[in-house]
Design a protein around this ligand. Structure first.
Ligand SMILES: [Fe+2]
Ligand SMILES: [Fe+2]
Length: 207
């Protein structure tokens, strides 16, 4: 299989040691994914496409914030590259892409975003960080457990990329919202997310 050109976003040196740690995904999650890997790939493709769209929506919402615009344009391209690679995997396996469905995990997290303009950017960035952090953990689990060596390599590369993304969102939140309590809000959201992943039913899907 070809080398992956995922256009990685540069690693930031954010100190994340003091933030609420991620609780591990339920043990059965990766078993569920491996039991229907075709469905997982379909869902993964949708998730990458939505991630790209989310980054572009940030550009539309904050055209006056050049650092954010640049980061989100780069992110949108990188997520679209992930999408392209997952679509290639689907097509190689002759699996049709599935229609996009609402992701219950993302829906629940988005409800935590405060709509007040004073907090909206901070919460969107932090929810972004949280979703990326969970994605990095789960893709890494797939890389550890999938048998196919090409898929192993692919998911290890994707996990690294998503790991950089969550650091990027933390950096943007700290840089652009330094007048607000960024880290404590992250910890609040991260605790809710740790509970949420224990509650949601297991599916052959990213969430
Ligand atoms: Fe991605
Ligand atoms: Fe990402």
């Amino acid at each position: 299989m070809a080398e992956y050109h995922l256009q990685p976003i540069a690693q930031t040196n954010e100190n994340v040691e003091s933030l609420t740690p991620l609780s591990p995904s339920p043990e059965g999650w990766v078993t569920c994914v491996l039991a229907d890997f075709d469905a997982f790939l379909q869902d993964h493709a949708s998730a990458e496409k939505k991630a790209s769209g989310m980054a572009l929506s940030m550009v539309s919402h904050y055209p006056d914030q050049p650092a954010l615009v640049q980061a989100m344009v780069d992110l949108a391209v990188e997520e679209l590259n992930h999408y392209k690679e997952v679509m290639r995997l689907l097509m190689t396996r002759q699996i049709s892409p599935a229609a996009d469905r609402k992701d219950p995990y993302v829906t629940r997290l988005n409800k935590l975003v405060r709509k007040d303009a004073a907090f909206f950017l901070l919460d969107r960035l932090l929810v972004g960080a949280i979703v990326e952090r969970r994605g990095a953990e789960r893709f890494s689990l797939v890389a550890d457990h999938v048998a196919d060596p090409d898929l192993k390599k692919f998911y290890a590369a994707i996990a690294k990329s998503e790991d950089r993304h969550w650091h990027l969102f933390i950096q943007l939140a700290r840089d652009l919202c330094s007048h607000l309590p960024v880290d404590s809000r992250f910890c609040e959201l991260a605790e809710l997310e740790n509970t949420l992943v224990k509650e949601l039913p297991l599916r052959a899907a990213l969430h």
